[in-house]
Write a protein that binds this ligand. Structure first.
Ligand code: SIN
Ligand code: CO
Length: 379
């Protein structure tokens, strides 16, 4: 699916992380990529993150999946909505919705959540910590936006839902199929289905918190250190007051920390590995029998296309490091083009010169055997 009437550069300059934006049907031709029944089916499967949110006159109720199929027949008269996370990992047509938003780097993209709501259904006024494109798939939804919130914003007491205690809409629109609302992090929003059969696709992003980064990077650095690596002062000279912790000692102590925590190359390798780790390992494409490099070469010579597992994460850094599903691969100039194109496209057509390259075939065989690529989307 393509965005025919949308300029990414202008959007990034004027709206991304700054202001909400309503984009009226920018698609070349919008078609809803998923049937409500298929969404309900996914909500019943183990391993999928699904929620059901109901609004009764007195309170908001949240239930977590997987659900029994019979649950959907007994929802009662109150407005409800079903939300399923990472639908793109299961449905190629939903994964295709991310393609037009690939002007944002892979590592910032989270997944596509899909919701289905009955008339009046929604998750209530809230804010998210991440940017989101809310694509109206089917039916209509009234979206209201409010002010920018933060950790100090008052929430309703609820075990499961982070609902705003107060919400004053500043703008509102009714979205029709194909319309998109972009909401930056922290901006209060509230989407309510207008009529039944309302489906919304949320292209969600992610951004690490400073505390998460520090905690995980430090854990990683710590794992590579041993107790013998210790402060030393073979240049020690007598000091006037033995009680003083001297400036030289302090400098040297801090340098011991900074040297390790500030190692840029080690950080790039760690971050790529960390950020490419899969969130949902369930979409398992690992072959029953590992393929050998020769078998892969032969098969690719017949059918030269590989596709990426939509649950897999691909990124690279230009110094020659490819990251796929939490693994890092050093690559030389001979396979730079391969490493970069596998990060850019979800299908890879293998050219005759790649078939000749042992380094390329070895890399692809490794990716194939770890379930990150396959010939065709397995069932
Ligand atoms: C929805 O699809 O109902 C909720 C999406 C959101 O507000 O983040
Ligand atoms: Co939201």
């Amino acid at each position: 699916m393509e965005l025919a009437r949308f300029d990414a550069d202008t959007f990034l300059r004027d709206y991304w992380q700054k202001h909400p934006l309503l984009i009226r049907n920018p698609w070349a031709a919008w078609t809803n990529p998923l049937e409500p029944d298929e969404l309900a089916g996914l909500a019943c499967e183990d391993g999928n993150e699904a929620r059901l949110v109901r609004r009764t006159p007195k309170q908001w109720k949240a239930e977590h999946g997987p659900f029994d199929e019979s649950r959907f027949g007994k929802l009662g008269k109150h407005p409800w909505t079903l939300l399923v996370q990472a639908v793109d990992h299961h449905v190629p047509e939903v994964a295709a919705l991310i393609a037009p938003f690939r002007f944002v780097p892979n590592w910032r993209i989270d997944d596509v959540m899909v919701s289905y709501a009955s008339d009046g259904g929604g998750v209530g006024p809230h804010f998210d910590q991440y940017d989101v494109f809310l694509i109206q798939g089917l039916g209509q939804r009234r979206w209201q936006i409010g002010s920018t919130c933060d950790a100090a914003t008052e929430l309703l007491a609820h075990d499961d839902l982070r609902l705003l205690a107060e919400f004053t809409p500043t703008e509102e629109w009714v979205l029709e199929p194909g319309d998109i609302l972009y909401v930056p992090p922290g901006v209060a929003h509230n989407g309510v289905a207008v009529g039944d059969d309302c489906m919304t696709y949320s292209i969600g992003f992610r951004a690490p918190s400073r505390s998460e980064l520090i905690a995980h990077w430090c854990d990683h650095v710590l794992a590579g250190l041993d107790e013998d690596d210790r402060y030393g002062d073979l240049d020690l000279t007598a000091q006037a007051n033995p009680g003083e912790i001297g400036p030289q000692a302090l400098d040297r102590l801090q340098a011991m920390i900074a040297e390790k925590l500030g190692d840029q190359q080690a950080f790039a390798r760690w971050f790529g590995t960390y950020t490419s780790a899969r969130k949902y390992p369930d979409v398992d494409w690992t072959p029953e029998e590992p393929i050998t490099v020769e078998e892969l070469r032969e098969q690719l010579a017949r059918d030269g296309t590989l596709c990426r597992n939509p649950a897999s994460r691909f990124s690279f850094v230009r110094s020659g490091l490819l990251f796929v599903d939490g693994e890092s691969f050093d690559y030389g100039p001979d396979i730079t083009a391969l490493a970069e194109s596998i990060c850019a496209q979800d299908r890879l057509t293998v050219t005759p010169d790649l078939l000749q390259s042992d380094a390329a075939m070895e890399l692809l065989a490794t990716l194939f055997n770890q379930g990150s690529v396959a010939f065709d989307q397995p069932d």
